[in-house]
Design a binder for this molecule. Sequence first.
Ligand code: NAP
Length: 508
Amino acid sequence: MAELLQSVLNTLDDQSAGAAAEGIHQPVQSFLNYIDGKWMPCQSGRTFNNTNPADTSEVIGKFQASGPADAEAAVSAAEKAFTAWRTLAIGKRAKILNDAALYLEQNADQFAEELTREEGKAFSQAKDEFLRSAQTFRFYATEAQTYGGETYPQDDPNMHVFSHREPLGVVTVISPWNFPASIPARKLAPALMTGNTVVFKPSSDAPLSGLRLVEALDKAGLPPGVVNCVTGRAGDVGPVITTSNTIRAISFTGSTSAGALIHRSVHLTTRLQMELGGKNPLIVMEDADIDLAVDLAIKGGFSLTGQACTGTSRILVVPAVRQVFTEKLLKRVAALKIGSGMTPGMDLGPLATEKQLQTVLDYIAIGRTEARLLCGGERLSGPEYDRGYYVSPAVFTDVTNDMRIAQEEIFGPVLAIIEVADFDDALEKANDTEYGLSAAIVTMNPRYMHRFTNEIQAGTVKINRTTTGNLVNAPFGGLKHSSTSTFRESGRAGLEFFTHIKTVYRGV
Ligand code: NAP
């Protein structure tokens, strides 16, 4: 693509020169920041490499190692663009989002392959992610057009009282690497449709997919400055885009620790929406369809190599079915195919980053001292695996709730089986965590379903469904340390965060 992110440089850099010289990979492309409608290098001229977690000899691209000055330029461009954008006809804003959605759909195969190469997930999941991002753009293009205020009955016949929704101003969007397209899409679309301008920082571990979203908006005719994207380390870019006086709100998805840090550093008046970590339970009751329970454990625990915030990490199972469940689970785990996301039929890819690999291996080592490892947990070797961050899926049993592997977010292919006495015990243990993102139960008993719905401390409640997954048109978010629980994302609820309300009393 000639105009790809404008001046893509097609250069070799030092770190990739070896691989390219061996003829393994194509020359490395450079990707630019997007500020005030222009693709530009960062002011220091420094870049960083992003590599393929399935084969770390492949450099996906060089990205701008932006600093505070670039972040400030992005914030000022967004501030300058705000008045014109908020007053642009909403139908015109919607057209831009719909056109951007079309661009994402038309380029879904290419973008999905890039996403697989930068993050490691299966190509089919990467493609779904871009199509879902397009769906999100379209959803908000329509939904926001009916999102307004209310009128209020009152006693004065010569007065009209109504509420009026307005955009906040310049908002910051910060996203993680595990869904590097769909998470920023569900923040950008409602922010833009409600008339805000945006500074967007994608994850340094998967920046390309976020840049593709921005490219789609640029191609669709987004006016300069309405979205500005800077790549770079959180420590270099973060302070400006979170604490500048111009920033009215921050929509952040990432770890609880980073969220807490940002939360402590922002101004009193900065509105926050934070979706954070999880430690999601799947309860298996005595009347469960065991094959379904196993299927949900596999999908919830190991799809995306366990790197979903809503991924299943604890399985709470009653004694009556513990053995049969465990046996069937182990059989299914043994059959899982591990390989690069581009390998047809693969079930598990690599971990996304070296840091994540180390975290997972560390927790497996901790788990070995606390509980009993039934399978997996090995770093894989061999020609297919040596250059990637591959770990075999691990299942621990005899886990108790006081253990670290039962309490701390691992974010990898590790399942902990915890025996529970009965439903009450399951519920108590499921709730015995600092997190509250997603929770599931497998049962046919309506009493369990009812109590689970009412008493589980989680923002997403699943019955006979996997802990993972959420709809574009339904609210999403966690409780406890999984979220600030201030505003929900997704669905119509996702629009609320990006507007404030004025109440107008108009007399005649
Ligand atoms: P992370 O380390 O917290 O980073 C998330 C994003 O925040 C990245 O773009 C990161 O930039 C940036 N960041 C970190 N510290 C910052 C700071 N002080 N100021 C400004 N920006 C900052 O999380 P991750 O490792 O990318 O993602 C995995 C985590 O996200 C897991 O805990 C997972 O549960 C959570 N997650 C939650 C949800 C949800 O909806 N609840 C969804 C997906 C993931 P750099 O990349 O430059 O460090």
